[in-house]
Design a protein around this ligand. Structure first.
Ligand code: ADP
Ligand code: MG
Length: 302
């Protein structure tokens, strides 16, 4: 779906990746170069989805790790090791709010499964499936899981990493001004016809409306985690896909959390972490805005 008419117009393309519509916008570039760059970026993002997903039939190292015997060290591809190390660092910095070992819980809730769920699991099943904190350990260049309930799930970080890799591919193709927007999670580079890019942050309760707008340029990543993204309502209670690792139940403090960070991977992980954690753990390189359960906004994005 290309809508550019001259070399200086925007080139737009939309692909279905990582369970969401991903919009590519390239500005002030030759159209053929932009199209080639977007195709390469989309292929790279698909490769990352296939590498990290725990869903579907395609075998990968993450799924194999999740079946590995408890306490047996296993090698993971370098790329998976690197992202896992970042995930564990965010887990540590966020006081355990971010937890990449909730795969069993996420499968039990089923928010990423087809068909999506319409009622919560039994409380006893949640209690049984809840892994102990810090159940993934590094042993030299290898990794092991200390508990059979401990299943890796990169659902809170892989989309951001994929966006970063997509932007890297665009840059390799000589693109200087672009946005990759994966359903509201985005990274932008450069500017838009010599002006800052205009970014709207979705209102968590008013579909189609924005809660704030930003003018950004250079290299910025903005990611929002919301309770409206994947949810069901059961007995008048809204259940959504971001789980408190301590309880195994959806976190209830916020409607949405938006983070600006140097990379989309960090913005992704931290928007999930800060959906659960208190702001006292916030690293200085991030800015955050949260919409509470009462609809009140706390924090400013810069
Ligand atoms: P989205 O994928 O909708 O953009 P998030 O980035 O906030 O949303 O990630 C939510 C996903 O992260 C869930 O679908 C699940 O796979 C995983 N997840 C849920 N709770 C946690 C948590 N406490 N820490 C890390 N990952 C989580
Ligand atoms: Mg996230």
């Amino acid at each position: 779906m290309l809508t550019a008419c001259s070399g200086q117009s925007d080139v737009h393309d939309t692909r279905f990746l990582m369970g969401t519509l991903v919009e590519f916008t390239v500005s002030d570039s030759d159209q053929a170069v932009a199209e080639q760059a977007i195709t390469a970026a989309a292929a790279e993002m698909q490769r990352i989805e296939d590498t990290f997903t725990i869903y579907g039939d395609l075998p990968n190292a993450v799924k194999a790790f999740n079946r590995s015997p408890v306490n047996m060290p296993v090698s993971l591809p370098d790329e998976v090791s690197r992202v896992l190390a970042v995930a564990l660092h965010v887990q540590q910095q966020s006081g355990g709010a971010f937890d990449p070992a909730l795969g069993g819980m996420n499968l039990l809730w089923g928010f990423s499964s087809d068909p999506p769920p319409d009622s919560p699991p039994a409380a006893a099943a949640i209690e049984q499936a809840l892994p102990p904190a810090h159940c993934i350990e590094r042993h030299g260049s290898q990794w092991l899981r200390t508990d059979s309930r401990c299943l890796l799930d990169f659902g809170g970080i892989a989309k951001g990493y994929a966006i970063d890799r997509g932007i890297a591919l665009l840059k390799e193709h000589g693109i200087a001004n672009a946005i990759i927007n994966a359903g509201g999670d985005l990274r932008l580079i450069g500017e838009h016809h010599h002006q800052p890019w205009k970014i709207g942050i979705r209102h968590p309760r008013k579909p189609g409306e924005v809660i704030t707008s930003l003018a950004l340029q250079g290299d910025k990543s903005i990611v929002t985690s919301g309770d409206y993204e994947r949810f069901f309502i059961y007995n008048n209670i809204q259940y959504h896909h971001i789980l408190n690792p301590v309880t195994g139940w959806p976190a209830t403090q916020y409607q949405s959390v938006t983070v600006i960070a140097p990379t989309a991977m960090l913005a992704d992980a931290w928007s999930t972490a800060l959906f659960i954690a208190s702001s006292s753990v916030l690293p200085a390189t991030l800015s955050v805005m949260r919409v509470g359960r009462d609809g009140k906004t706390v924090g400013t994005l810069q």
